[in-house]
Unconditional design. Structure first.
Length: 500
């Protein structure tokens, strides 16, 4: 425990520099804005901000992107409570009881409970990440190239198993991502692959235009399809909860924090799953479940704590194992790769300033969010009066400028447009883009560790099953795919996702 405390002090020394504080503030403010404005979401926004991070130091860039992610969990509750519009997907559950509280004149109390619950959960989840640091350093010393290869295979399989819809379609998406990641020049032979004699593809397809097209442009088009009526806006009342509301909230916040912290660590977990699970849990443990849906304060406190805890502990599999458990973490992995940082167990050894600086910045960012959120509620709600057709036109222009600024190539704008069409079409045919982007990001590292393993073993394929770690991961991956392909399991899984 002493080492964790010393490392946190070291991290605060990095996070509290003027530059990193500024980017933490920018990230949390943008995250709140993204959470407030329906339809944007952290995935699309992080994809659009990736070009900006090229010019920033790696620590500042990742602190800003992380702040945007967990800040969106705060902002989503504001419009969910006041106008019954979930600004972020994980805030859908908050609408159920949060808006009912607002109708009863308790909007201020609901917002305060949501903000303080999120602050507590975020701080606890950040300390969970810090507590995991010791065991992860020991893991780092045991990993070799076959283990990294097996770990990435497991990550891709986890993405398949936990993707919505058909397992076969998810496998196809991963395969397509791996193929796209192989486009360009082969590092070993120097030969171009799958470029179709297009010179611009000799260096491969850029991560930024792919991510921005799949998530940013596609999300804009999907939201322009939707016709939203005028929101039912509720007035903002006193921000202080009553003694009874506080008494009911505290156990819900504790349960939500614990549940969200656990689900965030698991592949496929994160804010959305944590929020739904917390709401179900609160109804199960309540003495009078009929209160839920009618303004039960636990229906706000639990899910809001859970989604923030889940958002922050989802950094654990990314930083520790190099496996992004959701689409946002896949983009974070891409940002780290762009800056020359290899996610995985060695991050804490090779870049302790990055690891502990990010952890400390999460504590700072959570405090910032509490301070800036409640006073700015009125401003955030007024932003909802901006017509979407103006907002999305501005975003589209910035997307094009951002993509062009990376390599000064119009080809990247064309690639972004192509993947925008692909990203728009994929959900229409029951495919999810997250496994595709994960396969695309992991393809170069997967190939590199595969080749290195065979070179070191002089072509002996048994190297992948001789080591206990790699053998265990590969066997687990094979077992998961086999189970998911069983007809009974597959049907049950697809029905569960449809119900969700």
């Amino acid at each position: 425990m002493t080492d964790v405390f010393a490392n946190l002090i070291f991290g605060f020394g990095i996070a509290l520099t003027p530059e990193n504080l500024l980017f933490c503030l920018i990230g949390t403010l943008l995250g709140t804005l993204v959470g407030v404005l329906p339809g944007l979401g952290p995935v699309a926004t992080i994809a659009m901000l990736l070009p900006i991070t090229f010019t920033l130091p790696p620590i500042a860039a990742l602190i800003m992107l992380a702040g945007l992610y967990y800040g969106a969990q705060y902002g989503g509750s504001t419009t969910a409570i006041l106008v019954n519009i979930p600004g972020e997907s994980s805030s859908v559950v908050t609408c159920i009881d949060g808006h009912e509280m607002a109708k009863q004149g308790r909007a201020g109390a609901a917002l305060t409970i949501a903000a303080l619950g999120s602050f507590f959960a975020g701080c606890v989840a950040t300390l969970v990440i810090a507590a995991f640091s010791g065991p992860l350093v020991k893991i780092a010393d045991t990993f070799r190239s076959p283990d990294y290869f097996a770990l990435m295979v497991f990550g891709l399989v986890a993405a398949v198993v936990l993707a919505q819809g058909s397992v076969v379609r998810a496998i196809a998406m991963v395969g397509l991502g791996l193929f796209l990641g192989a486009v360009g020049t082969d590092n070993a032979s120097g030969q171009t692959r799958f470029t179709f004699d297009i010179p611009a593809l000799a260096d491969g397809i850029g991560f930024v235009p792919v991510a921005m097209g799949l998530f940013g442009i596609a999300e804009i088009v999907r939201n322009l399809e939707k016709h939203a009526g005028r929101p039912d806006r509720q007035p903002l009342t006193s921000l202080w909860p009553t003694a009874e509301e506080t008494r009911r909230s505290i156990p819900a916040v504790l349960r939500g924090t614990a549940l969200g912290s656990l689900l965030g660590i698991l592949p496929g977990g994160g804010a959305l799953v944590a929020a739904f699970a917390s709401y179900v849990l609160e109804k199960k443990v309540a003495k009078d479940p009929s209160r839920f849906g009618k303004g039960a304060v636990e229906g706000v406190a639990g899910p809001e704590s859970a989604n923030n805890a889940g958002a922050q502990t989802s950094f654990i599999p990314l930083l520790a194992l190099g496996i992004p458990p959701n689409a946002v973490m896949a983009l974070m992995l891409g940002a780290m790769t762009i800056h020359g940082i290899v996610p995985g167990p060695k991050v804490m050894i090779d870049r302790p300033d990055l690891f502990w600086g990010m952890i400390a910045s999460m504590l700072v960012g959570n405090l910032m969010l509490v301070i800036i959120n409640l006073p700015l509620i009125g401003l955030w709600v007024k932003l909802l009066t901006i017509p979407y057709r103006w907002l999305y036109a501005i975003i589209l222009v910035f997307c094009c400028i951002g993509v062009y600024s990376v390599t000064n190539s119009t080809t990247d704008i064309v690639i972004m447009a192509v993947f925008g069409v692909i990203g728009y079409a994929l959900p229409k045919i029951g495919c999810e883009p997250a496994p595709l982007i994960l396969g695309f990001i992991l393809a170069p590292m997967l190939e590199e560790n595969f080749r290195r393993s065979l070179i070191l073993s002089r072509g002996d394929w048994m190297v992948f099953v001789e080591r206990p770690i790699s053998a265990g991961l590969l066997i687990t991956s094979l077992a998961l795919v086999t189970v998911m392909l069983l007809p009974a399991i597959r049907r049950t899984r697809e029905v569960a996702f449809q119900e969700e």
